[in-house]
Design a protein around this ligand. Structure first.
Ligand SMILES: Cc1cc2nc3c(=O)[nH]c(=O)nc-3n(C[C@H](O)[C@H](O)[C@H](O)COP(=O)(O)O)c2cc1C
Length: 208
């Protein structure tokens, strides 16, 4: 465990992407990419009210926020959660994700507001750990994969709600998938291809 000053150091740009791990009714860990706003002393989480993360947090406040720069973990949280390995540290109620993470925050979330489709939770950090680190030089392919995942999850949510005009998000998704194909490793390109396949499954033939 490290002092909370480490949060100031790692979350110094104010808004960061995490993978939030919450517990289901059966106490099974559930991982989902979630943005975290940090303005000392608060960590603010804004899950959509129709998300599993929201439902889990309303019933069980403990959570872990797992921070890494490596977009592959975000991909796995969305498409192949079985590949994530969970570790319970210091007999915490909720685990963290094993791997190349920079920072783990284990704490509790308290519902503070509802704004539109989103809930606002304030997270109190109870334990903070430095992980082994993502040790990754800046990569546009990595960034583009993360952006593609953001737009993919937006499109998936909008399709489920019956929205029709997805043009802007689909364009951004395409641009980012193409960047991954242009600049990414074989592994990242495979991930981009899976995102596209899943997208085609969501949309039928309309994207092609
Ligand atoms: C980088 C990234 C950040 C995200 N941030 C949020 C967020 O702040 N709130 C949210 O509701 N969904 C966010 N999403 C989308 C959710 O991860 C996605 O919709 C997820 O499937 C819903 O969560 P659930 O598994 O808890 O239902 C984000 C996705 C990505 C890739």
């Amino acid at each position: 465990m490290v002092g909370t000053g480490v949060i100031d150091r790692f979350l110094r740009f104010g808004y960061h992407e995490s993978i939030a791990v919450t517990l289901s009714d059966e106490l099974k860990p559930h991982a989902a990419p979630m943005g975290v706003e940090y303005g000392e002393p608060h960590l603010i989480l804004r899950p959509y009210r129709n998300s599993k993360t929201y439902a889990n947090l309303v019933s069980r406040p403990p959570l872990s926020l797992n921070f890494t720069s490596d977009a592959r973990y975000f991909f796995k949280a969305i498409f192949s959660q079985k590949e994530l390995v969970f570790d319970f540290i210091d007999s915490s109620e909720v685990p963290v994700i094993r791997g190349d993470f920079d920072l783990y925050v284990v704490g509790r979330a308290k519902l503070s507001d509802m704004v539109g489709e989103r809930a606002v939770f304030l997270v109190t950090a109870e334990r903070v750990y430095e992980g082994p680190g993502s040790r990754l030089a800046l990569s546009r392919a990595n960034n583009a994969l993360l952006e593609a995942l953001v737009y993919y999850t937006k499109v998936a949510a909008l399709v489920n709600e019956g929205y029709r005009d997805l043009t802007e998000y689909l364009n951004l998704l395409r641009i980012n998938l193409n960047l991954v194909r242009k600049l990414g490793s074989h592994e990242l390109v495979e991930m981009a291809n899976i995102v596209e396949e899943e997208l085609n499954g969501l949309l039928g033939d309309s994207l092609r």
